[in-house]
Ligand binder design. Structure first.
Ligand code: UDP
Ligand code: MG
Length: 155
């Protein structure tokens, strides 16, 4: 199984839809392996969005991500990185397909509700960036056989 990082951004917190977003992952059969509320600062955001620090919108992105506390989730499942990215939708929420989180809850390219890791390599780095040792839990929900065939669980 993979574990991927989701951040419910201030745009999701402000709209009061954190619970609905978490429910989507639960209903899909993904395991919530870690979850906490935290305030982000410029240091962690410069690291997390290192690929964007030179873009003109970066100061606005910083302000946006520090507007309220966020909820960070470590979300686990077979192929969880790709599954969660697909549930997230396109970066610009106006272009995101209906049925995706961004497609259903947003209208903005910046205020786009959640972050989701984009590769297994980045997922490992990002989970370690936002969660300390002991904050991500290893447990087996009793519902697992309803979500997977036995051979799928070995992958
Ligand atoms: N972003 C923005 N303007 C842009 C592109 C990105 O404000 O033109 C913000 C947006 O909030 C996005 C985040 O920067 O989610 C990270 O950008 P990335 O290209 O990594 O998109 P993502 O992986 O979040 O879909
Ligand atoms: Mg990205």
């Amino acid at each position: 199984m993979q574990t991927t990082l989701v951040i419910i951004k201030p745009s999701g917190i402000q709209k009061g839809i954190a619970g609905r977003i978490i429910s989507r992952f639960e209903e899909k059969g993904l395991i919530i392996a870690g979850m906490k509320m935290m305030e982000l600062n410029e240091n962690i955001l410069r690291e997390h969005y290192a690929h964007l620090v030179d873009r003109p919108f970066f100061p606005s992105l910083l302000r946006s991500m520090m507007a309220t506390p966020v909820v960070v989730l470590a979300v686990k499942g077979v192929d969880a990185v790709a599954v969660v990215r697909a549930m997230t939708g396109a970066t610009n929420a106006r272009n995101a397909a209906p049925g995706t989180i961004r497609g259903d809850f947003g209208m903005s390219g910046q205020e786009n509700i959640i972050h989701a890791s984009d590769s297994p390599e980045n997922a490992a780095i990002e989970v370690a960036r936002f969660f300390k040792a002991g904050e991500v839990f290893d447990y087996t929900p009793c519902t697992l056989p309803a979500f997977y065939a036995p051979d799928e669980l070995n992958s």
